[in-house]
Design a protein around this ligand. Sequence first.
Ligand code: PGA
Length: 264
Amino acid sequence: MTTAHSGTDMQSFPCYLVANWKMSLSTRQSLELATALMHEASMMPIPDDLHTWIAPSFLAIPDIARKVAGTRFRVGGQNLWPEQHGAYTGEVSPTQLKEMGATFVIVGHSERRSLVHEGEELIRRKVKSAITNGLACILCIGETRDERKAGKTLAVLRSQITSAVLGLSPHEVRSLLIAYEPVWAIGTGEVATTEQIAEAHTTISTIVAELTTARCPVLYGGSLKPENAPEILALPSVHGGLIGGASLQSGSYFELVRAGLAGM
Ligand code: PGA
């Protein structure tokens, strides 16, 4: 099993900077970006406790995995199907992801929750399957603007975490990372305030502690970029970021790496 982390409390986690390339790049562009990242990394050695993970489209995973082999970069999927094989047209299993070179997977991204109506039960099965099949799993959670306005943020987070974490053993939780992504901040340029982020992250860690004896890192996602990363990544309750737009250029991704290093 891929154990993503061994932290036991809020302060002891490494920093994870996870690039979510979504469906933004062709395979050729993905390889070019990976090459540029390798070049930047060769000029700036990355310490062991800063993890640089890339989630390209499924199609680019094998090429990128070959490209980053032997470096500190890890490659993962943006989604998976919870079953190992069978009549699931258009889906990709955990084993297929691993065969391609993936070591982690993103589950429950808000774009999947809203665009293809992924619900809590399917997300729960995906998290369990990813982890029992040896992938580290980044579970995305977060409230919509309406839910925040209605004062439901904490209830939404509690329900999303409880559904996914209840079926996991403490050992399995060690392969889980949670990404707090307020839906209203994703791809909008509107970023949550540090107070909102700190409150949500502390709440998430508290809820996890109520459900299990293990702890997991909590990443922030939603318009994370070089201008706001130093402040956000310096928060003690933030253990890294899930980055969309700003991960599509090696320069801005590495600015986040530098902000992550400074915040450690
Ligand atoms: P963004 O995306 O950084 O472009 O807001 C983050 C995400 O969707 O994970």
